[in-house]
Design a protein around this ligand. Sequence first.
Ligand code: BG6
Length: 489
Amino acid sequence: MLSITVEPCTFALFGALGDLALRKLFPALYQLDGAGLLHEDTRIIALAREAGSEQEHLAFITSELRRYVGAKELDEAVVERFLARLSYLHVDFLNGEDYVALAESAGSAQRVIAYFATPAAVYGAICENLAKVGLAENTRVVLEKPIGSDLESSRKVNDAVAQFFPENRTYRIDHYLGKETVQNLIALRFANSLFETQWNQNYISHVEITVAEQVGIEGRWGYFDKAGQLRDMIQNHLLQLLCLIAMDPPADLSADSIRDEKVKVLKALAPISPEGLTTQVVRGQYIAGYSEGKAVPGYLEEPNSNTQSNTETFVALRADIRNWRWAGVPFYLRTGKRMPQKLSQIVIHFKEPSHYIFAPEQRLQISNKLIIRLQPDEGISLRVMTKDQGLDKGMQLRSGPLQLNFSDTWSSARIPDAYERLLLEVMRGNQNLFVRKDEIEAAWNWCDQLIAGWKKSGDAPKPYAAGSWGPMSSIALITRDGRSWYGDI
Ligand code: BG6
């Protein structure tokens, strides 16, 4: 049994009244407290720009905590313990004088964790102000995405932070890396010799990564319209998944061994040519349609929208990796808002057997698939070919699953939210679930060429009805290669 020790810290949460903090971060800290994973001396300081009394803000944070943790998981004794750790400080992030009170509150804490749930534009200023009040020495800083909107702007943010905090105390969040099933990719690949021997272009024909969301913009138009689905999802979450699937085995589990291998994959991504922009990439934008049986507006009709926007809410693309392991194996990536269901899955399609001996009409279905379901119904399924049963069936083939459903198989364990894992790892000083500067930059470098190409062409995104799997051309993108998206109905 592995036991986990966590050192005490002062956890300073900047942007404590924002959506992310209320929805994800306080509940995650609460769950860690409930699991006995916050040291008894750990203190949490909520920092925000909003005026008003400490009492009023703490009352609001508490009611939001109850709402987001949910009645089923609330334990009053834990709530009480958690609130005893919590205080509120009003801070203008840009005003150095406001940090004096933070330094006093942190007192002689051996370790400060400063979590920036604020726009990236103020990360540099927060770091500078922390340093001015003597809080740079023992502090780990946690940076939320998006870090910049292209390579140049992300470098600026990273450089501003690096003036005060070294890389080994800088934790860049990609919350997908905190998902249990995403970490399971490492276990699946490197704790099972079965797969590694097959994990290359000799045996794998192609890979699909789908991250579909049922929600639309949910009141985030202001942010989302400047970003779009490529920056919001592909640049980070989908490319991280691609890296975990495609990377070579690391020498060990240390943060740098893993990140070195991931960065090699990002650097090996083939740039997409100007012709490729039309044949290999599809941008879409949802129009009015139906979600869960209810009529929903199109992107341009969402509250506060700009009816002229060309921002994409869907991207499908074919990425190629230029190395020995993956030459000739396309990675099809697809992600969108207002899809028919929330579904994140990776499908590894294996090649057909080299010599085929069964009935010719069954040949099309004959390839093994490894389906890794990240959400919902987390699990792994390996589709294998078997013989259909019955005297009348002859040697008729059938594809069936070897199935591992995590919640049924390990029924006692609650699957923790990604942020619980990530906050715990920051407290433990373990960087392997965080993104290194060179990874972010390599990912931006690849995405920037797409953004530049789109800008140059000026083409509008293709419309798709809310509740569908995206524009028709995203189907053409894969059928052109003689394949189809797995499981689309
Ligand atoms: C965030 C994006 O990083 O990930 C959101 O900014 C998106 O637009 C979210 O909805 C999806 O995360 P999850 O964990 O719900 O798949």
